[in-house]
Design a protein around this ligand. Structure first.
Ligand SMILES: Nc1ncnc2c1ncn2[C@@H]1O[C@H](COP(=O)(O)OP(=O)(O)O)[C@@H](O)[C@H]1O
Ligand SMILES: [Mg+2]
Length: 231
């Protein structure tokens, strides 16, 4: 059996009287691409945030098994330790890239590495390398507003990779894009994650996006209904 990279057991999370997660168990193997699908309000974003250590569950636990070895109980870490884990081991891509509009493409990407202690020169070099690999050579010095939606998402993908993240979490990364651009962004996302031996967990409404992943997990009312491996 393949090695797990993230495991969740009995996850419970409520917001007031809303039960967003009602007992979720799952196991994500290293190198997988997993799509999380379900209706709006079914708990997908909450699940992603709990798995990634952004939100602490009310019950249950999340374990991260770094590819280099060791076991990290994500749900037991302090706020600052979870923040460090997110910066160093995880990458994030959201529907709107949450890029800094006043910075250029290369600065946005390099910043993520600099926050983990990499020098500016080294971070800039790595950032330029990822941008080029994602088809953005020549656009390094453009500000985010000077890029198309698909190009901006590729900057966000580069930013998620530049620290060497072993797991990339994406929430509706193609939600604001047309189908052609969406397909190009998925190419970039899959190439830069599973194509490099990393793991991708992507929340999506789009069956075309899910079809590109190696497995789909269906969520309803805060529970996992089932998991299907791609044909
Ligand atoms: N910060 C929050 N405060 C209050 N309710 C929330 C919060 N986040 C999510 N919820 C509620 O939890 C449920 C699951 O939300 P969410 O995980 O965002 O679903 P999805 O991503 O599948 O649309 C919804 O009923 C939502 O309204
Ligand atoms: Mg959501």
């Amino acid at each position: 059996m393949s090695t797990a990279v993230v495991e969740a057991q009995g996850l419970i999370k409520s917001f007031g009287s809303t039960r967003a997660l009602a007992g979720v168990d799952l196991r994500i193997a290293s190198g997988e691409s997993v799509a999380i699908m379900g209706a709006s309000g079914s708990g997908k974003t909450t699940l992603l945030h709990v798995l990634a250590g952004i939100t602490r569950p009310d019950g249950g636990r999340v374990t991260f098994l770094p590819p280099a070895g060791g076991v990290v109980e994500v749900s037991a870490l302090s706020e600052s330790a979870r923040s460090r884990l997110r910066r160093e081991s995880f990458g994030f891509v959201f529907q709107q890239g949450l890029l800094m509009p006043e910075l250029t493409a290369v600065e946005n990407v390099a910043l993520a590495a600099m926050i983990t202690g990499v020098s500016r020169a080294e971070a800039t070099q790595r950032a330029a390398g990822w941008l080029a690999a994602l088809g953005l050579q020549g656009m390094e010095d453009r500000r985010i507003g000077e890029l198309s939606g698909g190009q901006a998402q590729r900057v966000a993908i580069a930013r998620a990779q530049v620290t060497g993240a072993s797991v990339v979490f994406a929430d509706e990364p193609t939600g604001a894009l047309d189908s052609t651009t969406s397909s190009e962004v998925m190419d970039a996302l899959l190439w830069s994650t599973t194509g490099q031996g990393r793991t991708l967990v992507v929340v999506t409404h789009d069956p075309q996006v899910a079809a590109r992943c190696s497995r789909t997990i269906a969520v309803r009312d805060g529970r996992v209904l089932g998991s299907a491996v791609a044909a």
